[in-house]
Design a protein around this ligand. Structure first.
Ligand SMILES: Cc1cc2nc3c(=O)[nH]c(=O)nc-3n(C[C@H](O)[C@H](O)[C@H](O)COP(=O)(O)OP(=O)(O)OC[C@H]3O[C@@H](n4cnc5c(N)ncnc54)[C@H](O)[C@@H]3O)c2cc1C
Length: 390
């Protein structure tokens, strides 16, 4: 059994792995190294959270992190709009939230700590040393650098996409630019944006090859952002500024915050086991939903799976544990191509979406359901959709 477990990164993947490990009596020592001074801050997320999907996986969402309860999803193409009003469609039970991501990460970390994890913040894992050692940089002591070597029996790399010293171990060949999205988001105080509505906007003028989002963030705040494939070689700021300028309800707006980051929009890596004692979880494994960029739930699920593999003493068995997520992501990866369709086809898709009236929605499988519906409805779109779906 592994005695000393080191986790790099105190995001949802790292904390969830620690919690799962410490729920078991056999775990001896869990240390998390986090390079930021404050866990979860600054936030790098839009805070969209599929509460029903989380529940289906036994993931609890603390009440205090919920900033807005979503009752309506709006999808906009250049000339068409579709509204998905939960109660009008008979889905009163559907839970979608906009959450405070910093608070969420901090609550998870506190739970891990209360169960016995040692969390060191402001400490960056810099390099690997041999097969069981790390080089760890803390804040300087006086004028001297503060570098330590730490040992581990098994390590969970949960440092986020392309972070930490691990990429060299598994990124062969490196991720292509079309498999990553450059994201930019503003948090603004605005007038008149409904706090129960999430809006998604598609089209070449707004976010070519990707999409823009407007999520309520509680009070009168909204998170307005977009992601476009890195291969576009375009500045997301130009598109985001243009979008914000066009929105009537942002008159008198106050900018509060700006975040930018690159997200994986590819399928997870072929294996999450590197060497015999390093496991990749969350964004580090590219587990993010390649269609929406939603990565909180995949991070928690893969963090838990990493812990389970360690607890059974079978690190190599990890890949089997997160395989169901890979299957979901395969469909979503294909569906990502929809964003690259012409504006005319996007209009048609959104028009069809306004007719989508499913009897039930299966959490996590809505995209598959929607795509099947669209494929049935429009023979003209069928050919391109079949290529995407099969
Ligand atoms: C603009 C944007 C909007 C998003 N919106 C959503 C959304 O609405 N819903 C959703 O579900 N997902 C969203 N995501 C994705 C989501 O934020 C990530 O998928 C999720 O945070 C992944 O969790 P993680 O634990 O794997 O990594 P992270 O949350 O990135 O945590 C990794 C941690 O490791 C630390 N770290 C990095 N390097 C080192 C090192 N060398 N040493 C020590 N510590 C290190 C980092 O500081 C960080 O705290 C969004 C992402 C972006 C960029």
């Amino acid at each position: 059994m592994y005695e000393k477990i080191v986790i790099v990164g105190c995001g949802p993947a790292g904390s969830s792995a620690a919690i799962r490990l410490l729920e078991s009596d056999v775990t001896k020592e869990v240390t998390i190294y986090e390079k930021r001074k404050q866990i979860g801050f600054p936030p790098r997320c839009a805070g969209g959270f599929h509460g029903s999907r989380a529940e289906a996986h036994g993931i609890a969402i603390p009440e205090e992190v919920i900033k807005a309860r979503i009752k309506k999803l709006v999808f906009k193409a250049p000339h068409q709009t579709a509204e998905f009003n939960f109660s009008e469609l008979g889905f009163d039970d559907l839970k979608y939230y906009s959450i405070d991501r910093t608070m969420f990460d901090q609550i998870l970390a506190k739970k891990a700590e209360s169960m016995g994890a040692e969390i060191e913040t402001n400490v960056e894992v810099w390099g690997l040393r041999g097969s069981q050692g790390l080089e760890v940089w803390g804040p300087p002591v006086g004028t001297s650098p503060n570098v330590r070597q730490v040992e581990f029996d098994v390590l969970i790399a949960a440092a986020g996409f392309k972070e930490g010293p691990f990429s060299d171990l598994f990124e062969v060949p490196p991720t292509e630019d079309k498999e990553m999205a450059t994201c930019l988001q503003y948090v603004m105080r605005v007038k008149n944006y409904p706090q129960d509505t999430m809006t998604f906007i598609f089209g070449k003028e707004v976010a070519p090859g990707g999409y823009a989002w407007i999520f309520p963030a509680g009070d009168r705040d909204v998170r307005v952002g977009l992601g476009i494939p890195m291969s576009m070689r375009s500045n997301p700021g130009t598109y985001l500024d243009a979008l914000v300028e066009r929105m009537w309800w942002t008159k008198g707006r106050n900018f509060k915050e700006c975040i930018g980051r690159i997200l994986p929009t590819t399928k997870p890596l072929k294996t999450g086991v590197v060497r015999d004692n390093i496991i990749l979880a969350g964004d580090q494994l590219h587990a993010t939903d390649p269609l929406t960029g939603g990565g909180i739930i995949p991070a928690i699920l893969t963090g838990r799976a990493a812990a389970d593999a360690i607890l059974t003493g079978n690190v190599r068995g990890y890949d089997q544990l997160w395989k169901p997520l890979l299957e979901e992501n395969k469909t979503r990866y294909r569906a990502k191509k929809l964003f690259a369709m012409s504006d005319r086809k996007l209009d048609r898709l959104v028009e069809l979406f306004s007719q989508f009236r499913p009897k039930e929605l299966k959490p996590g499988e809505e995209v598959r359901q929607l795509l099947k519906f669209i494929a049935r409805k429009d023979p003209l779109l069928l050919a391109s959709l079949v290529r995407i779906l099969l």
